[in-house]
Design a protein around this ligand. Structure first.
Ligand SMILES: *Cc1c(COP(=O)(O)O)cnc(C)c1O
Length: 418
């Protein structure tokens, strides 16, 4: 038989996407808010359509509120959270730049790796996984290295710890270093007061406390960081205009993540860089609208209370929480897997019997802890109570003896306190 374009080759046909009704209670992604999913089913617009550029401007205004910042340059990077990290680091750093990275978990290690790929000379201030890093150690390194940039993770989901950031911000101001913060797992659930911290670039993702899908990375950039980026502006030849003179600074090593060109796209200039991910913008805009509608303070309080209820329930079950509890993130908790229990079997039973996903761990903590998140749309009383019931039942089925009903009682008591 001769195949013509009008005659498609016979092949397998697959069913329409119809995923199971899972409750995602791991460290992210979590279930998206239904309003975000609805926004994402809206029809596409051209990227320079005035209706669309109005949505872009609205998205910038909304994320200024979410980041508690006045920064003009507050917009979206297309890609998952690490696209935001790469855009920030590749646009600020050039080969040979001294950088101090705070690392006490997987995402601290990621910052170090990306900074190294940029050719920076990286000094790492390390902390034990499950602890935060002492500001004194950071200040000593910064005084010695005189870095262009300090890079830190606020909430590192790999360890469930939240690094106190205000003091790190003050250290950077004292020593004239730029500060980059990865707030992927905290934005919209814990306070990320960008201007108060004096942070220069902060990035996030949607799939944690913002209750959206992964694929868009909100970013905010201070004037100081924008000036540094401007000094490296080299507009792509095919889209440059006659007035685009290359800046004296070294060209940014990535085209896709070149913040100078992205700022030109998100400004009145509307430089034709890449095609904005329309559907992701609709979703990201709705995530921020939900935050602003609920009120940032109320939302942070909801994450605090719900996270505490989950943690008290787990403790009442007789389980041990992982890490320095004084610095635990509000929205995710690590639990030590009891000895003799097969952690992966418990996760599998949670999924197959109860349709609930909880997280495992990686690196130094692989096989040692489970991680349970209470984030964004899934940060609710019912999700906590159901997850605790299910975990209790599964652990009992695995031969662990537990005080019956104690977990749910403890969580309900925490919710009752308000
Ligand atoms: C979850 C998480 C990320 C995720 O990055 P993706 O590219 O969206 O997978 C990044 N940083 C931190 C601190 C996180 O917790």
């Amino acid at each position: 038989m001769i195949l013509s374009p009008s005659m498609p080759a016979p092949g397998p046909s697959f069913a329409e996407i119809d995923p199971p009704a899972r409750l995602l209670m791991g460290p992210g992604p979590v279930n998206a808010h239904p309003r975000v999913l609805r926004a994402m089913s809206a029809q596409l617009l051209g990227q320079f359509d005035p209706e669309f550029t109005t949505y872009m401007n609205e998205t910038m205004a909304l994320y200024r509120q979410v980041f508690r910042t006045q920064n003009r340059w507050t917009f979206l990077i297309d890609g998952t959270a690490r696209a935001g990290i790469e855009a920030a680091l590749v646009s600020l750093l050039e080969p040979g730049d001294p950088v101090v990275v705070l690392s006490a978990g997987r995402f601290g290690l990621l910052l170090r790796e990306i900074a190294e790929r940029c050719g920076a000379v990286v000094t790492t201030v390390e902390g034990e996984w499950g602890q935060v890093i002492a500001p004194d150690a950071v200040e000593a390194a910064v005084a010695r290295v005189r870095p262009r940039l300090v890079a830190a993770v606020y909430g590192d989901t790999s360890t469930t710890m939240a690094q106190p950031m205000a003091e790190i911000g003050r250290i950077c101001v004292r020593h004239g270093a730029l500060l980059y913060v990865d707030a992927t797992a905290t934005l919209g659930g814990m306070d990320v007061p960008v201007d108060e911290w004096g942070a220069d670039i902060v990035t996030a993702g949607l799939q944690k406390c913002l209750g959206g899908p992964s694929g868009s990375a909100p970013i905010t950039i201070s004037e100081r960081a924008a000036a540094r980026i401007d000094s490296r502006r080299h507009v792509e030849q095919g889209i440059a205009s006659g007035t685009d003179r290359p800046a004296s600074g070294r060209r940014i090593a990535s085209n896709y993540f070149d913040l100078a060109m992205l700022m030109d796209y998100w400004s009145e200039r509307r430089l034709n860089h890449h095609t904005e991910a329309t559907t992701m913008l609709y979703g990201a805009r709705e995530c921020a609208r939900l935050v602003v509608e609920e009120g940032l303070d109320a939302r942070i309080r909801r994450h605090r209370i719900t996270g505490q209820a989950m943690a008290s329930g787990l403790q009442a079950m007789g389980l041990t929480l992982f890490g320095d509890q004084a610095h635990k993130m509000a929205n995710v908790v690590g639990i030590e897997i009891p000895s003799g229990v097969d952690g992966e079997r418990v996760r599998a039973r949670m999924r197959t019997e109860f349709e609930i996903e909880i997280g495992s761990s990686f690196g130094a903590l692989a096989g040692r802890i489970w991680r349970i998140g209470t984030m964004g749309y899934n940060c609710r009383r019912d999700t906590v109570l159901i997850t605790l019931c299910a975990l209790e039942a599964v652990l009992r089925a695995e031969g662990v003896s537990l005080p019956s009903g104690a977990a749910v009682d403890a969580a309900r008591a925490r919710f009752a306190e308000g």
